[in-house]
Design a protein around this ligand. Structure first.
Ligand SMILES: CC(C)(COP(=O)(O)OP(=O)(O)OC[C@H]1O[C@@H](n2cnc3c(N)ncnc32)[C@H](O)[C@@H]1OP(=O)(O)O)[C@@H](O)C(=O)NCCC(=O)NCCS
Length: 185
């Protein structure tokens, strides 16, 4: 497994996963159709907006359609002979705090036809040094209580449950578990 910075060279594999039915946003299933249209219209600008450490792209659309300012973010593609999924890091410079409309520092998804191979676990471990480089002393990761595979991925990376809460209404208002992974030495 390697984490690749998104590039136009690898966009055919990404597009193929979208067309095969994988959704890049587990809170917004229609995100795949949006992305297919954007890639087919201008692949260069689509790729440029994925890895955005200066938050230069436009606002983020939440599941209820609300738009909120974008945080600095990194996006990496999980690659193992083919496109296998993605993992992202977002943060507010100078603090570990996040706005209530941002559900954790790290999010990830693996294409269903490559699940259960340890790819999400390896990707999370590989991304944590980037969080340290961004100045974070810990990261939070949230998941649904109905997602034991994601909980296991977080726990294997050293995550500990911090709290259970109801997500912001704009994110769907669902019960959410928040884990924390310490990055200190
Ligand atoms: C959750 C997800 C990222 C896991 O990806 P993955 O590459 O299959 O995960 P891994 O193979 O690295 O690890 C999965 C772990 O969960 C375990 N697991 C899987 N299903 C499980 C279940 N129903 N109950 C308990 N554990 C389960 C696996 O056994 C494995 O643990 P192990 O290594 O100790 O055996 C993937 O299923 C996915 O993309 N889901 C949709 C998007 C999503 O939920 N993203 C996370 C949002 S927080």
């Amino acid at each position: 497994m390697r984490l690749l910075k998104p590039s136009v060279d690898h966009i055919p594999a990404y597009l193929s996963a979208l067309k095969r039915g994988w959704s890049p946003d587990n809170l917004r299933p229609d995100a795949a159709q949006d992305q297919i249209a954007r890639i087919e219209s201008d692949a260069d600008s689509f790729v440029a907006g994925l890895d955005d450490p200066t938050a230069s792209a436009g606002p983020i659309t939440l599941p209820d359609g609300t738009k909120v300012p974008r945080l600095p973010s990194l996006r990496r593609w999980i690659w193992d002979n083919e496109f296998c999924g993605h993992i992202s890091l977002r943060w507010r410079p100078g603090t570990e705090e996040l706005p209530p409309t941002c559900s954790g520092h790290i999010g990830y998804a693996v294409v269903p036809w490559r699940s259960g191979e340890g790819l999400a676990s390896a990707a999370l471990r590989a991304l944590l040094p980037e969080a340290t480089t961004a100045g974070l002393s810990y990261v939070t990761i949230t998941t649904s209580p109905d997602n034991p595979a994601s909980m296991r991925v977080i726990e294997k990376a050293g995550g500990a449950l911090q709290r259970s809460y109801t997500a912001d209404r704009a994110l769907g208002g669902r019960e959410t578990l928040e884990f924390r992974i310490s990055l200190g030495s």
